[in-house]
Write a protein that binds this ligand. Sequence first.
Ligand code: 5RP
Length: 229
Amino acid sequence: MEGALPVPVNMTQDELKALVGQAALAYVVPGTVVGVGTGSTVNHFIDALATMKDRIAGAVSSSVASTERLRAHGITVLDAATVTSIPVYIDGADEIDHSGHMIKGGGAALTREKIVADLAERFVCIADESKLVEVLGSYPLPVEVIPMAAAQVARRFERQYGGQATLRAGVVTDNGNAILDVRGLRITEPLAMETEVNQWPGVVTVGIFGRHRASVCLLGTAAGVRTLT
Ligand code: 5RP
């Protein structure tokens, strides 16, 4: 832990998210394209990014929702296919462990999030302190699946890991797929589980970010922003 800036006590979770959204501006490299994630914490970051929009070359976005918010602020959104590399990707997490491994996909944007993270040299995670865990898995693990394979993948989670998967009702991803949420997991080996599940037929992306773990995490706490590296 380093550099905890004092903040008023009794901040709400949303105020903690706003705090780290603002703090993430320090990681934006002027003159370059910024990778932008998805979710309520990232929404605060996007609003903060608008204050320096004339000093960046644009953004690559991980969802339709973030694209709309960026454009509403007048920030140029580039097609990921036209970008070969970006210095930094900034995104939230549903859980993060002390090594920077994450569960993501609570907002169903995990596939595009992993694609943009893969373009980036550095992943800066922004989250309120409730997201920091010892072992991943209390938060239901999102998995984007081709709808035809949903039941098959769910059965396989039960058989192989003892996890109970349910289809997220009423959700179709930006890619036209379904989301399974898997409960009852204790993910002690995130890299191994990520590699394994990603090989199952019909799985588009598993919401374990092991290979694409955070290099830095800005954690909003009652004592200020903690920087975990
Ligand atoms: C979206 C995500 C989000 O980063 C994650 O769900 C955290 O969201 P929030 O900032 O709203 O707590 O992975 O797919």
